[in-house]
Design a protein around this ligand. Structure first.
Ligand code: URA
Length: 259
């Protein structure tokens, strides 16, 4: 059956659909020996010989979904030009090639999904998915009420307003310690949490991600990973289709970009 090339590449676990489009445009994809650079080109994964950077796609690899607790000092890319440790190197005993869904900064710890399911990764990283991600941030000092209001209402970063966030104080461990705050975002922009707190005058000194949708760091020490259960995978997929359906059928008077 003919399918779009970027969809076939993502489904084979090479990368997300968006990144696959870039690979195609960069001339790194061949079909039966011919480079294909036009987006929208189709191929038959069962019959055509598809290669990315000269390497054939693996056919029908098993879909794997992992939750990793990234320690500080790891990069969340598959390889690193500076040879720093990668989150992928924490995964042992899994023969499928998995890659991170989104990023955590080098200095941020916390949970990260890794998968070879390009469709799922694509959805979770898309703007419209609005999957909530919760972070705990230790700050230089306590924000004032106007600062907190700005975070909750959204503030302008790179000329674009951030989506409303939920913020609550977790207090300080001792009277002399710096305070911790918890913030939940429904989008993932570059260094977003750090830049938001910086903007209100209270820079982040420590940051960790403790929740993605319903998945938490419970029972996962830094450096450890686990497979998602089949029920968790179903729930994540259900989340995707629920969101997509509600975006296709907006109620009258409501913006499609409510998040
Ligand atoms: N926001 C940040 O600033 N850093 C991260 O790693 C994740 C969200």
């Amino acid at each position: 059956m003919l399918e779009r090339l970027q969809k076939i590449i993502a489904a084979a676990g090479v990368t997300s659909r968006r990144k696959a489009e870039e690979l195609i445009q960069q001339g790194r994809v061949t079909v039966n020996g011919q480079a294909v650079t036009e987006l929208g080109s189709k191929a038959d994964p069962a019959r055509d010989r598809i290669q990315v950077d000269g390497r054939p796609l693996r056919r029908s690899s098993k879909l794997v979904y992992l939750l990793v607790h990234k320690p500080v000092g790891y990069v969340s890319t598959v390889t690193d030009p500076q040879h720093r440790p990668t989150v992928v190197s924490l995964v042992r005993g899994v023969k499928e090639r998995v890659y991170p869904v989104g990023r955590l900064d080098y200095h941020t710890s916390g949970i990260l999904l890794l998968t070879n399911d390009g469709e799922m990764a694509n959805f979770l990283m898309s703007r419209g998915s609005a999957v909530p991600r919760t972070y705990q941030a230790k700050l230089e000092g306590a924000p004032d009420s106007e600062g907190l209001r700005q975070l909750e209402r959204g503030l302008v970063l790179d000329g674009q307003r951030t989506a409303p966030a939920t913020v609550r104080t977790l207090g300080a461990r001792t009277g002399r310690d710096k305070p911790w705050y918890e913030i939940t975002l429904v989008e993932g922009r570059y260094h977003q949490v750090r830049r938001m707190f910086e903007r209100i005058g209270q820079p982040v000194v420590k940051l960790k991600r403790v929740r993605i949708a319903f998945l938490t760091d419970e029972g996962l020490a830094p450096g450890q990973f686990r497979h998602l259960t089949p029920a968790e995978v179903q729930r994540l997929k259900g989340w995707g289709s629920k969101r997509l359906k509600s975006r296709r059928r907006p109620r009258a008077g409501r913006s499609l970009e409510a998040n």
